[in-house]
Design a protein around this ligand. Structure first.
Ligand code: G3P
Length: 214
């Protein structure tokens, strides 16, 4: 199970990369805008900090313009993945870009049928937004489960990149379902390692060790 950071903040990428657990990164226009910095600058720095794939989203909405913007984004660094929305235009751009050898992440996916369309168009990754589905009282993980089954039924190699992750239980369920990747905010990434009994157990061991030395 690969773990990605979903952010636009360089400091967060630096901290996550330092753990040795980070496999890649995703960004989106909202996250980049929140950083208040020029997109290309942020992306270039993220690509230097993160060894794995870094998704950078296009702003264009028409297929030819998306493909052209995608090619430009790919010039930033070798590990850039072009992110396109799950629309007819985005799917056409996906087909064009992947046929030219560019990796593509099809984003804003909310149903297994949408995911199947992205896979048919040769997407490298497809991103179901589980948290946003849960927010609407739909079951985000059910979509992931259906996607896994459909991709396995037909041998689609598109990787399932679970996005809009809100807590470690999303990560656990994604892993149990055989999703390839989970991308998450830094606050969730940090929580993956935490358990109060780990902290208490360690504090007790150290206290006992000190006592034993006397
Ligand atoms: O980057 C895409 C996705 O992970 C956004 O998540 O929390 O805005 O629903 P969220």
């Amino acid at each position: 199970m690969k773990l990605y950071l979903d952010s636009g903040e360089i400091a967060e990428f630096r901290k996550a990369a330092a753990t040795g657990l980070l496999d890649g990164a995703t960004t989106n226009p909202s996250l980049i805008a929140k950083s208040g910095r020029p997109a290309r600058e942020v992306l270039r720095e993220v690509c230097e900090l993160v060894r794995g794939p870094v998704s950078a989203e296009v702003i264009a909405t028409e297929a030819t313009a998306m493909a052209s913007e995608g090619r430009t984004l790919r010039q930033i660094a070798e590990n850039i993945v072009v992110k396109v929305p799950l629309t007819h235009e985005g799917l056409k751009a996906c087909k064009t870009l992947t046929s030219e050898g560019h990796p593509v992440n099809v984003t804003l996916c909310f149903t297994a049928v949408q995911a199947m369309l992205a896979a048919k168009m040769g997407a490298t990754y497809v991103s179901p937004f589980v948290g946003r589905l849960d927010d609407r009282s739909e079951d985000g993980m059910e979509v992931v489960s259906e996607m896994r089954q459909i991709f396995d039924n037909y041998g689609f190699e598109t990787e399932i990149l679970v996005a809009s992750v809100r807590h470690p239980i999303h990560v656990k369920r994604a892993a149990l379902l055989g999703a390839d990747i989970a991308t998450m905010p830094y606050a969730t990434f940090e929580k993956l390692v935490e358990h109060p009994l780990t902290d208490k157990g360690l504090a007790d061991f150290l206290k006992d060790w000190e006592k034993g030395k006397k």
